[in-house]
Design a protein around this ligand. Structure first.
Ligand SMILES: O=C(O)CCC(=O)C(=O)O
Ligand SMILES: [Fe+2]
Length: 507
């Protein structure tokens, strides 16, 4: 009987958890609004005052669990260091991260809204609030700084500084630095030649919902070489905070979101981790594949460790739209050492090919204050989140260029770890047609000269893109399969009333 007890207990806890959360959520009173606009609720279990959008995360990870989460964090850290010790390498760097750091991960979080409110009171040019976004100036060799607001207006990207509590960001960094030696280098074959990605990667599952339906390798964002693992506890904690952050900010870009995100609030289902050991490792210009994510995905990208430049550039048409498929595109991809398996289309950054208007014909949203901007460099310091809102994957490309001047992090040195939190869309992934090679076709947004036929154009709402499916066989060459996607986006819920109904409720 006795050996069954722990199992029974854990089964009880697993069953009781959602009940505890539901009961507790039902008992949460109306949020209290502070003069700076932050909203808090009192936790009905431990009475702690928590930012209202963090109550679920608090109930799941924090409430009454600080001692056990500290113990869990220690166990995880020790386990993560094992492979390094076995390989005879020094763990000194990790041990420098003292108990204090692990303990701070178990302390109640500083409500993000409070911290943001305090930071927002400082002008963005203040010493402690350095600009992180720059428009490269080709004429004078000087870069023009952008405020975070200007960045939001000029691109579909948004920066969130200090997104995680400090202790959690450092705990995550230490754990992932320890894990990363076992990550894989993606590989892809092009015209019979195999290339290795100039970085190592790993998938971490956060929510298995629907994953089993799209487990086929062809839906993966990167090469089949890259493994998928269960997320570590600290990664789940981070994902929770990132989900809440994205949900809190999504109101501003409401009409741009996919109907699914409008209805249920964005939340991540997996994270793709990348490790760049130093400035020689990179990611070439690409857009993330939308086949596994659905149209108009939002992607949240966390940087920890060394500071690297993240460059976003307006996309022109896909190479095939410009009639320059294969050789030129392949060369560009090889030049960036970037896998076409993870890129929807190679970057066509050549000046003169840039469009003056967005793909839907509308003018750049920021023409008035910072002008039409084609390219922005974001200096991603430790613990910064970049949210790529739609239509970033449709109309822009992003990259981490190689660099000789990487700003080191005290713990990670020149190494940077990136986690892109993504939401799987099993519906889009499973309706992909098969191409003539017998593989699943991939979904792409039509840009530039590729205009949809009248019957499809009529069904598209203003600003909505047309999409097409095409063969993505780079190994033995494309079979030429190509087909318009006949399923236009549902009407977005863009009236105030609809928006209210559909806005994600924290519980
Ligand atoms: O490292 C980064 O910030 C970008 C990574 C990326 O674009 C990707 O994994 O698709
Ligand atoms: Fe990407």
């Amino acid at each position: 009987m006795a050996p069954c007890l722990p199992r029974l207990l854990s089964a009880y806890v697993a069953c009781a958890m959602p009940v505890k959360r539901k009961l507790a959520a039902a008992a949460v009173g109306a949020p209290v609004q502070t003069p700076n606009g932050s909203r808090f609720v009192d936790c009905p279990v431990c009475s702690q005052r928590v930012a209202h959008y963090l109550i679920n995360s608090h109930l799941d990870y924090e409430c009454g669990r600080s001692t056990s989460s500290l113990a869990d964090a220690r166990t995880e850290a020790t386990a993560a260091m094992e492979p390094i010790k076995r390989a005879g390498k020094s763990t000194e760097m990790f041990e420098e991260i003292s108990d204090d750091l692990l303990q701070s991960a178990a302390h109640p979080q500083i409500p993000t809204s409070d911290r943001e409110a305090a930071l927002a009171q400082q002008p963005w040019w203040d010493q402690t609030w350095k600009p992180l976004a720059f428009v490269p100036s080709r004429q004078r060799g000087r870069k023009q700084p952008l405020s975070d607001e200007e960045l939001r207006q000029a691109t579909p990207c948004e920066l969130v500084r200090n997104v995680l509590p400090k202790g959690l960001a450092e705990e995550l960094l230490v754990l992932l630095l320890a894990e990363s030696p076992s990550w894989q280098r993606g590989q892809w074959t092009m015209f019979g030649k195999t290339h290795a990605a100039p970085r190592t990667s790993c998938y971490y599952s956060l929510d298995a919902d629907g994953e089993e339906q799209v487990d086929a390798d062809e839906f993966r964002d990167v090469s089949k070489k890259v493994e998928r693992r269960e997320a570590l506890m600290s990664l789940r904690k981070a994902a929770d905070i990132i989900d809440s952050t994205v949900q809190r900010l999504q109101e501003r870009v409401w009409p741009e979101l996919s109907p699914r995100d409008q209805q249920s609030g964005w939340r991540s289902s997996y994270a793709l981790a990348n490790m760049y050991r130093d400035g020689t490792e990179a990611t070439g210009a690409h857009a993330d594949r939308i086949t596994p994510l659905g149209k108009r995905p939002a992607i949240a990208s966390l940087s920890i460790g060394a500071t690297r430049v993240f460059r976003v550039k307006r996309a022109t048409a896909a190479p095939e739209d410009l009639g320059s498929e294969t050789a030129a595109g392949a060369e560009k991809v090889a030049g960036h050492a970037h896998s076409p398996l993870e890129a929807d289309m190679p970057s066509m950054s050549g000046e003169g090919k840039q469009e003056e208007t967005l793909a839907d014909g509308s003018a750049s949203p920021l023409s008035s204050s910072v002008g039409h901007i084609d390219s922005v460099d974001l200096h991603l310091v430790h613990n910064t989140l970049v949210i790529m809102w739609p239509p970033c994957q449709e109309e822009w490309r992003h990259e981490i260029p190689r660099s000789k001047t990487v700003k080191a992090h005290p713990v990670a040195g020149l190494a940077r770890i990136n986690l892109t939190f993504r939401r799987l869309d099993p519906q889009t992934a499973t309706r992909a047609p098969a191409c003539k090679c017998g593989q699943k076709a991939v979904l792409k947004a039509a840009l530039g000269k590729r205009k949809p036929p009248q019957r499809l154009a009529q069904r598209l709402a203003p600003g909505q893109h047309a999409y097409y499916w095409c063969c993505d066989n780079t190994q033995t060459g494309t079979c030429g399969f190509w087909k318009w996607d006949e399923e236009p986006r549902e009407q977005p819920a863009n009236t105030e009333e609809q928006a209210k109904v559909a806005t994600f409720q924290p519980f």
